[in-house]
Design a protein around this ligand. Structure first.
Ligand code: SF4
Ligand code: SF4
Length: 350
């Protein structure tokens, strides 16, 4: 190692105790987003039941649009092409952009700090580890093709949107009958789930118990998008080979199965910046999450603040500028729900 590089690492001066508390800090952030998601879901169920059964009016929680990422991707392209920030699911577009910014600057923090499915996935494999003593190891020859599945799913959607859809097609979809109540259709899908869909979900849960992060690592297109964006992130896990004792605690603890002990900078798309490796490293000033060139380590607290700040900044600006609530009123929702119940109704019509 050159003298200059050694000097740079000396400048890190990171007290590893800064990372010891990061698992607890990360769990607190995950619980914050889990509670926000459950609250949003509960309010949305009340809203749909008010539309169906009447009674006291319930305001629709716009945050539910976070579960419409394909619609948000279309809305993003439509906004760029036409300058129209759609009024059907504006909150979905705002949240999508917030998560894209997170991915671009803080790797896959969305997966390990924000996403409730990521949280569930994490505790499923940890449960599996407790029950069976370990998770099922996936050999490399199988791991690579399986990991590419989520990128194929992402490419399938992105190709359709970016290559095949012009402004007119996008407008027709975004303002069309299906997208206007896509959130309600999604809720009803889970409320009246078919046996086949239920079996698929149960199989995914069981696979997530035995295989670490099965859904996130192999199938989630959102995870693929975050992994791709994370390649451009200036912040990465960095190891100082000068002080590393090659104990391999980092590699053994990494939920993404990254060989941390053998790299100086983790560029892998699978790194979720969960900071597990930095919290277990026994050597001071050895493993850190830092910004390229600046060599300025980011503690767990700093990552937590940045993740929550990006979220609050985007949602706050959206609320202040009138880009949070959508433009569909309750009467239209009620009419469209009645049309949904009518078998004569053409679902593609306005
Ligand atoms: S390299 Fe570290 S931060 Fe990245 S996924 Fe593995 S344990 Fe988490
Ligand atoms: S845990 Fe720290 S000391 Fe051990 S191999 Fe990883 S970086 Fe090196």
């Amino acid at each position: 190692m050159s003298e200059k590089k050694v000097h740079d690492f000396e400048k890190l001066k990171l007290n590893t105790s800064d990372y010891k508390s990061s698992p607890k800090i990360r769990l607190a952030v995950q619980l914050f987003f889990l509670i926000a998601t459950l609250y949003t879901g509960w309010r949305f169920v009340l809203f749909v039941s008010y539309l169906q059964e009447g009674g006291e009016a319930v305001t629709r929680p716009p945050g539910v649009e976070a579960f419409l990422p394909i619609s948000s991707l279309m809305a993003l392209k439509y906004w760029v092409l036409t300058g129209d920030f759609n009024s059907i699911h504006p909150a979905g577009l705002v949240l999508f952009m917030a998560f894209v910014v997170m991915g671009l600057f803080l790797k896959r923090t969305f997966c390990s700090w924000v996403c409730p499915v990521g949280l569930l996935s994490e505790y499923l494999w940890k449960g599996g580890q407790k029950i069976f003593g370990k998770n099922l190891p996936i050999p490399r020859w199988l791991d690579y093709p399986l990991r590419s599945l989520k990128y194929l799913i992402l490419i399938f959607f992105a190709w359709g949107i970016f290559m095949d859809m012009g402004a007119e097609d996008l407008r027709n979809f975004i303002y069309g009958a299906y997208n206007r109540i896509a959130d309600i259709k999604m809720m009803l899908f889970f409320a009246h789930i078919s046996t086949f869909s239920l079996v698929v979900i149960i199989v995914l849960i069981l696979l997530s118990v035995v295989i670490k992060n099965f859904w996130c690592r192999y199938l989630c297109p959102y995870g693929a998008l975050m992994g791709f964006l994370g390649l451009f992130s200036p912040a990465k896990i960095t190891r100082n080979p000068e002080t590393c004792t090659d104990c391999r605690a980092c590699t053994e603890s990494c939920p993404a199965s990254i060989q941390v002990h053998s790299k100086t900078r983790i560029r892998s798309d699978e790194c979720t910046a969960c900071l597990t490796c930095t919290s277990v490293c026994p050597e001071p000033d050895t493993l850190s999450f830092n910004i390229y060139k600046q060599k300025k380590p980011m503690s767990g607290k700093m990552v937590a603040v940045l993740v929550v700040l990006i979220f609050l900044l985007f949602t706050g600006i959206a609320r202040l500028t009138g880009h949070w609530q959508n433009s569909i009123n309750d009467d239209e929702y009620k009419t469209r729900m009645e049309q949904m119940d009518n078998p004569e109704y053409n679902h593609t019509g306005e």
